[in-house]
Design a protein around this ligand. Sequence first.
Ligand code: ATP
Length: 588
Amino acid sequence: MRFLELAETLDNIERTTKRLEMVDLISGLLRVAEDDIKETVFLLQGKVAPDYVGLELGIAEKIAIRALSSLSGLREEAIEFELIEKGDLGKIGEELLKKKKQASLFSESLTVRKVYESLLRISKAGGEGSQTRKLQILLDLLQNAEPVEVRYLLRIVTGKMRIGVADMTIVDAIAVAFGSKENSDLVEHSYNIMPDLPELAYRAMAGGIDSLSTIRITPGIPIRSMLAERLPSLNEILTRMEGRFAIEYKYDGLRTQVHKIGSKIELFSRRMENITSQFPDIVKEIRENVKVENAILDGEAVPFNLETNEMLPFQEISRRRGRKYDLSETIERIPVVLFLFDAMMLNGKSLMDMPYAQRRVKLTNTIKESTKIKIAKSRVVTDVESADKFFNEALEAGCEGIMAKSIEEKSIYKPGAREFLWIKYKREYQLEMEDTADLVVVGAFGGQGKRSGGYGALLMAVYSKEEDKFKTICKLGSGFTDEQLENLPRMLRTFAIKKKDPRVESSIEADFWFTPSLVLEVKGAEITLSPTHTCCQDVVKKGAGLAIRFPRFVGRWRTDKKVDEATDEQEILEMYHSQRKKILADNA
Ligand code: ATP
């Protein structure tokens, strides 16, 4: 298939804000992709491999600018300047090479396969001279590209697929292309246990949509993590759980999925990135203490002071991430303990359809606890008093709260699901929201006084999974340190865009707009009705949305979350309702 066909589809997607139209456009493309179907889906996602493989495309903006400069004759500084002005190298390149293209007669048309293979070579290039090789491959592609192809090639290689097709849109498109909309649940289920959309598209095409039902969890391929709902009191949790539930410590660290494949151990984050190399200490402990042929386990890695036997603040663990050179020193300075709380597969047998209690027994029988591997503290409770006692123990131990888990027959492990089988309950603060929200930066406002030249506040949004939209919920200006404030423009520069992103719904005009990319953890006093914000617009009250009052940044950049994993609009609605219920109860 010609790459032009894909680029034109992306262009059409960019012109619409309607999800159904996007699904139709993509499914149309998948139907004609044939042998190139995997490559087509990778390019739609702006990737060359699933996240868990850890193959980053990463071509520096600098190199892309150099390529454009050499093809257009325009000086690099001039292109850089234009980039600051316009913020989109794709569009700049498209314009620059338009004239050039008309003049050249001898170019051969690009195919999806050729583009994919070239990008794969770019991502694998390493060592001496790799920058030059990457530049050469890119030049070769750009030379043969039509203007619209230039736009998407540049966005893909610099990791900025502007319109960023959401995974769930591709899930629906696969269903529609090879079955019907009714098959979306099946594709989503397969995606939850095999988060590799190109592979799913290929299997649906080659074996029919029903062939996806044969997909099983596989050691080495991370599954999507099961998530928890929240409730404002232990009392409500007990009622919801029908008078009996398992209560576990809620550890504050990094969600870690352990895969044992024979003697090979792999660790994945909740974003399904391969994080094995950052935790050689955990790998060693697993190898020594998990004596089964293969396994998939779920847990939380927590920074720990082994001398005082105390958990350390979550932030410490982030110092491990991305370290390459001084890792061994960091391992000694910031040891990590892995608390395991679930087993999804043991010895080639999936445990996901077993109820919680049975999985827990299997987990306990399989793991030999050591200083660095432990099983999450858990107990069955039937009354609020014992639950409250356990909750206080958890806080004293340094946890942020508890996880209530259903022990009913139906309490299976549901990958990717956020349901009431698991309910989180955290430390409460008076006059504060019960929980933090993970919000996406979509815009910013220029600062004044001490903040002049930087940003005074950021425009924050929740995500609507249902509509694939980002809806504003507050302006955020508090909670940042001076250093963080100073760094904000630099951090956000690469996401800057001229106009509001089409997926952002805002009735506020920001001074600066960004492609939704960064997720920040925010806490506020409460959730209130708002005449200006678009979150839950017209849902609670006609003409009003919901906003967070007195929001402040709690200091945590949620780089472990993708923007479509940010707090969902529905969660805010639930938080609003449970807050109302609590106020009514307190006043009763
Ligand atoms: P969410 O994962 O629900 O989107 P989040 O990442 O902000 O939200 P929390 O709301 O604080 O995290 O709670 C869920 C997380 O708690 C899990 O993803 C997991 O990393 C962590 N966790 C800690 N202890 C446990 C436990 N015993 N059982 C399940 N999860 C636990």
